[in-house]
Design a protein around this ligand. Structure first.
Ligand code: FAD
Ligand code: HEM
Length: 403
């Protein structure tokens, strides 16, 4: 609980911290990697640093978390922190690292705000940091324990059994466990972190959604080759596309991820995806098909054209196992559909073109502008925000859950 002493200090300094938070986040990361360069070898994603998206995500999150504490000093924003805790767990973050982050963050606040950081101000922000840190450590401990791992045992070896070209840009990897230790199956919608060795001798983590129900012996993920368009090509997706083949062994974390399907309430499920955003949807639909679900399921998918629609045969086959399931597609570059879909439209996805089931739960995945559009349209139709979940393929710069 945020103390009565710190609350007014945080309230008074939130505007100035908020106004400088991007600069604080930038300097924080520079200082962190200067003092702890090992964190760029296997822990932090250097693509997100190069693009500036992770500093922006942190800069967005800190004022939101601090505001939540000021408004409800007796409640911890656990729901807001859950997404972060899953990401941390998939990277094997340990409690001892919170002191390192603390020291560098407080250094950056002092460096940017200078004399404005009186001992009283520093003490109040210190309290906010540790409230968040202990909440995260607590959630992460629960996540590790539910998976039956410790932070240093999240990593497991898997052998590539199949590498399946899906489209010109997308491949699917089917992996079999070659590690003695048991891996509990994922919850529908979860991801793994792949830890790749790079040519410069360092390691880089990237998250990939599980694109089919797994069973502890086999798992599957699907990767789009990221081209730079003027910037460097994506490091890990390029390696996975061009260097990794059948028989190679990959290091993956056990599955984590806060955005999971909850079919216990028995409500209709609507999945809306665009492009490579199909992957968690395919995973969730595969779980429903494997479980013999009787829930009404609808998939709405937008893509360039049918050839660009990754995992299309798998999802259509899985949907065929679900009574009454439907699939509508939108192709921005037309061409119609050869495959048996319920409806095909040209152009961008427009949910007013289909009749959505009453009282449904929604899952979105795709570029943020796409999800923003669909979410706004759903809310306009009266869908409560709490019934719309979304997955972002990168640091969450949207933070719609935090609204
Ligand atoms: C929860 C989650 C699930 C995901 N699921 C999937 C999935 O199922 N399938 C999938 O394909 N992806 C998925 N992703 C995305 C994936 O984790 C990677 O981000 C993606 O593969 C790109 O990684 P990369 O190493 O190839 O690119 P990176 O090397 O990380 O590059 C990313 C971008 O940064 C740009 N860049 C690099 N250097 C610079 C620079 N100096 N200046 C400016 N820009 C630069 C690159 O051009 C590129 O556009 C998921 C992400 C998350 C968080
Ligand atoms: C109170 C303390 C902390 C807060 C509030 C915090 C917050 C965040 C946030 C908001 C994200 C982005 C999540 C997303 O949208 O994907 C994130 C990711 C991350 N955090 Fe933390 N974090 C904290 C502590 C730590 C610690 C101690 C470490 C250990 C070194 C750490 C390492 C990471 C890493 C490696 C990522 C993923 C970065 C990436 O993929 O670019 N964090 N954290």
């Amino acid at each position: 609980m945020l103390s009565e002493k710190s609350r007014p200090v945080i309230e008074a300094t939130l505007p100035v911290v908020g106004a400088h938070i991007e600069e604080i986040a930038k300097r924080f990361y520079l200082h962190l990697f200067e003092t702890h360069p090992e964190l760029l070898d296997g822990t932090f994603n250097r693509g997100n640093q190069a693009q500036g998206t992770q500093p922006l995500a942190l800069a967005g999150a800190v004022p939101v978390f601090a505001t939540a504490l000021v408004q409800h000093p007796d409640q911890l924003p656990e729901n807001l922190l859950s997404r972060v805790a899953h990401k941390h767990a998939s990277l094997g973050i340990v409690p001892e690292q919170y002191q390192i982050v603390h020291d560098n963050l407080m250094w950056a606040i002092g460096d940017v705000l200078g004399d404005a950081v009186t001992p009283e101000v520093a003490a109040a922000w210190d309290e906010v940091y540790w409230l968040l840190a202990y909440t995260l450590i607590h959630i992460e401990r629960g996540l590790y324990s539910a998976r039956g791992v410790r932070p240093n045992t999240v990593w497991r070896k898997w052998e590539v059994e199949q590498k399946i070209p899906e489209t010109d840009e997308v491949v699917t990897f089917v992996l079999k466990r070659v590690d003695d230790r048991l891996v509990k199956p994922s919850l529908p919608g979860q991801y793994i972190t792949v830890q790749m060795a790079l040519a410069d001798g360092t390691h880089q983590p990237r998250q990939y959604s599980l694109s089919r129900a797994d069973n502890g012996e086999f798992c599957q993920f699907t990767v789009k080759h990221v081209h730079g368009g003027g910037q460097p090509d994506g490091e890990v997706s390029t390696l996975l596309h061009t260097k990794v083949d059948v028989g190679d062994v990959l290091t993956l974390s056990v599955p984590f991820g806060a955005v999971v399907l909850d079919d216990a309430a028995g409500r209709p499920m609507v999945f809306a995806s665009a492009g490579i955003g199909i992957t968690p949807m395919a995973g969730m639909i595969s779980h429903l098909a494997t479980a013999g679900s009787l829930l009404p399921v609808m998939l709405l998918h937008g893509d360039h054209n049918e050839d660009a629609f990754a995992l299309r045969r798998q999802v259509i086959a899985d949907l065929a196992k679900l009574p009454g399931a439907s699939i509508y597609v939108w192709y921005s570059h037309g061409g119609g559909s050869q495959l048996p879909v319920t409806g095909v439209f040209s152009g961008e996805m427009d949910i007013s073109q289909v009749h959505l089931p009453d009282n449904a739960v929604y899952h979105l995945c795709g570029p943020i502008p796409f999800m923003h559009e669909v979410r706004s349209a759903l809310i306009k139709q009266g869908v409560p925000p709490k019934d719309i979940q979304y997955e972002v393929f990168g640091p969450d710069l949207w933070q719609a859950d935090y609204e």
